[in-house]
Design a protein around this ligand. Structure first.
Ligand code: RP5
Length: 161
């Protein structure tokens, strides 16, 4: 297995069902990645260490998913200048609105690219990471073009009965 280019982290193993969608996209785009549960409040030292060593370990982009008081993406972004994509995981109590607002409302200076709540957001996080990397990778750009074509084809083939 080649060295990971994308780091996928999540606040709890309960986030995996959502975050798996990002990993599936990375796999389909042939992007090497690592995945790990890192909690901002349960394992703060591990989170700092993960973010601080991310660039030297070869990561180019980090995807961070969390639910509820979802400070993981913002805290990771505070400790690295790698691009961080935040995925708001759908919470039970507030249906992910809490996650979304926690992740998207970063103060100026420490950006987190925030995607939609839940599975759609995780898919888009994988695609956005691929699109960042495709700026320096022509074969990856071609795989993204094929993906877009497949979306177009599905619409053309859809038929309302
Ligand atoms: C957050 O709390 C996690 O990101 C998760 O979405 C949420 C609930 O975690 P569990 O109680 O399921 O471990 O830290």
């Amino acid at each position: 297995m080649s060295k990971a280019t994308v780091g996928v982290v999540m606040g709890s193993s309960s986030d995996w069902e959502t975050m798996k969608n990002a990993c599936d996209i990375l796999e389909s785009m042939e992007i090497s990645y690592e995945k790990k549960v890192v909690s901002a409040h349960r394992t703060p030292d591990l989170m700092f260490q993960y973010a601080e060593t991310a660039r030297e370990r070869g990561l180019k982009v980090i995807i961070a998913g969390a639910g509820g008081a979802a400070h993981l993406p913002g805290m990771i972004a505070a400790k690295t200048t790698l691009p961080v994509i935040g995925v708001p995981v759908q919470s039970r109590a507030l249906h992910g609105m809490d996650s979304l607002l926690s992740i998207v409302q970063m103060p100026a200076g420490i950006p987190v690219a925030t995607v939609a709540i839940g599975a759609s957001g995780a898919i888009n996080a994988g695609l956005l990471a691929a699109q960042f990397l495709s700026a320096f990778d022509e074969p990856l750009k071609e795989r993204l073009d094929s993906y877009r074509k497949s979306l177009e084809q599905k619409v053309k083939e859809s038929d309302l009965k």
